[in-house]
Design a protein around this ligand. Structure first.
Ligand code: PRT
Ligand code: ZN
Length: 290
């Protein structure tokens, strides 16, 4: 298999925490490609896109240097590499935060207590930038992997590491002191001007990704309700446009269809039931084009 110069190139993590979700997203937007396990390259059969599989650390530079036109990588890695790229879309997965943590019994209780202390991290650039902004002088110890054991080995007084559930910190006897930055996977583009044909392929990809992300956050809801409750129902369903309302064979009853946002879902359902809605059906939406 060889690269086609006219194809767009996107860099994805080869294996790790972002790998499966990145591939899942490309599949959800209808791209068809084979991925053999150790292969570093795949070509889409039905879209002018080539996929390169890389370590996440390398993705920001590959995109910055224009070796790849697009990439999917954590915001933390973009910041750490100080990569000059164009952020296109936050993708809603790989959500985590870069946080400073100290041993449970440490006397460090506020960020100012970090003055003169040693902090171990795989993200020294972000950590140092944060400390500089807070006017704190601390010594950075750069280590790769298993950062959480650094204090118990006597290597550092604190760590700065990625946290999602917080379980690793707890299991390592550490407590969080402060958050340096919030992160999630981002779709990024190189900053250079692309030929018009390539840019319009990116625009097509963006439309597909945006409609998939919008659909993920939304549910289609159908219910029966008393006609008298329609005004109240309308006021609590902040739908795409006005809800679809149809009469039912039973007098005084209507069917209402609408779209609601996932995050307000349970709140809305409870309020609809209180208004007399029944037979409520909630469906996943596959794609949503605005
Ligand atoms: O081999 P390669 O270099 O590509 O991968 P990697 O091993 O360097 O990175 P990987 O796959 O671990 O993480 C890739 C990206 O996933 C990160 O840069 C973040 O953007 C994102 N991400 C999201 C996370 C986490 N959540 C996360 N929890 N990356 C790492 N962790 C680790 C963290 O370092 C700690 O060890 O998980 C542990 C904490 O998790 P909780 O759930 O116990 O808090
Ligand atoms: Zn990495």
């Amino acid at each position: 298999m060889t690269f086609k110069p006219s194809n767009l190139k996107i860099a994805l993590q080869k294996s790790g925490r972002l790998a499966d979700k990145s591939l899942e997203l490309l599949t959800q937007i209808g791209l068809d490609f084979d991925r053999s396990k150790d292969c570093l390259f795949a070509q889409c059969r039905n879209f002018p896109l080539d996929i390169l599989f890389l370590r996440d650390d390398d993705i920001p530079e590959y995109v910055q240097d224009g070796v790849c036109d697009l990439g999917i990588v954590g915001k933390n890695m973009i910041m750490e590499r100080k990569a000059a790229i164009k952020p296109l879309l936050p993708l809603g997965f790989g959500v985590c935060r870069l946080a400073i943590a100290v041993p449970e019994k440490s006397e460090i209780n506020a960020i100012n207590d970090l003055e003169g202390k040693k902090i171990a991290s795989s993200f020294p650039v972000c950590t140092q930038e944060y400390l500089r902004q807070k006017n704190i002088g601390a010594e950075m110890i750069q280590i790769r992997g298993s950062v959480e054991v650094a204090p118990s080995l006597g290597l550092s007084d604190a760590i700065a590491d990625l946290v999602s559930t917080g379980n690793t910190l707890k299991q390592s006897g550490l407590r969080e002191l402060t958050t340096i930055l919030e992160s999630e996977a981002m779709l990024i583009q190189s900053q250079g001007m692309l030929p018009q044909e390539k840019q319009s392929v990116i625009d097509r990809l963006l439309l597909r990704i945006q409609s998939t992300l919008d659909a993920r956050n939304s549910k289609y809801i159908l219910m029966n309700a008393p006609t008298s409750a329609l005004q109240a129902i309308k006021s609590i369903i902040p739908s795409l446009s006005s809800p679809t309302v149809m009469p039912l064979a039973t007098d005084g009853m209507i069917a209402v269809h609408s779209v609601i946002q996932e995050e307000i879902f349970f709140d809305v359902i409870e309020r609809l039931k209180a208004l007399g809605a029944s037979g409520i059906l909630v469906l996943n939406i596959e794609k949503m084009i605005r």
